[in-house]
Design a protein around this ligand. Sequence first.
Ligand code: ZN
Ligand code: ZN
Length: 295
Amino acid sequence: MGDTERTAWTSLLVGLVVLALKGAAWWLTGSAALFADMLETVVNVAASGTALAAVRYSAMPADENHPYGHAKVEYFSAVLEGALILVAALLIMKEAWDAFLVPRAPDQPVVGIALSFVATAVLSVWGTILGRRGRALGSPALVADSRYLLADAVTSIAVVIGVGLVAVTGLLWLDPALAVGAALMILLSGLRLLRSSVGGLMDEAVPAVLLSQIRTVVSKEAEGALEAHDLRTRQAGRHTFIEFHLVVPGDMTVARAHDICDRIESGLRDAVGQAVITIHVEPEGKAKHSGVLVL
Ligand code: ZN
Ligand code: ZN
């Protein structure tokens, strides 16, 4: 088992512990806000499980069945997660509506708040460690997972303070109001998730900064060629796909042209990381005099 996978397993276990704590806090108090907070953790545990599956499956090398690799599984599982988030938000709204119609004070606020506080502490500490480790291991799935955990911790802090206020002041409407607030936060993170996975599924081009980096590398390493055009890029998980046409003098030998391609390819891999590069070599009659020009 690799470091990335071990970290993903740890994250799943931590998530289950936090879920148990929050479940107990909700069960003891009957608070709508704590119910919302618990459902957010259900979504996060599902996200950790998805991250684990993505780490395992997307790491598989390309095979006969999937010649472009397995990286897109990450977007596919993100769509499932988005659906789960929607269900969680609807459940919370329903609970909040019921609590609004029949307001009641939380049953054992001190124990509930204490449990929720411990859960929040665990979330914050692990979320921070996970983010650092994910960046060190270069795993977008783990980094995304840590962002959910920290967002969950922020909601939890708000909910703990809110339930405390309800218990002290007796303002019972505060409980369902907080639950609705938490539901909106969950919906927002779900929309962000869907936005990024749809971009990946639709073969969106790489971000502008990376694209200009790619152009710079191509024109720097293409010495001996005349022009590069029709540059296309897309991303699938950790992999960046880059393809373009390279115009060389018509009488250049295949071996020379191939040397240029190899130089560009290694330059791009240094700059971009895991890149799948396809270069189509053309004689000078095909020059378009546009795109990336090289001397
Ligand atoms: Zn061409
Ligand atoms: Zn080659």
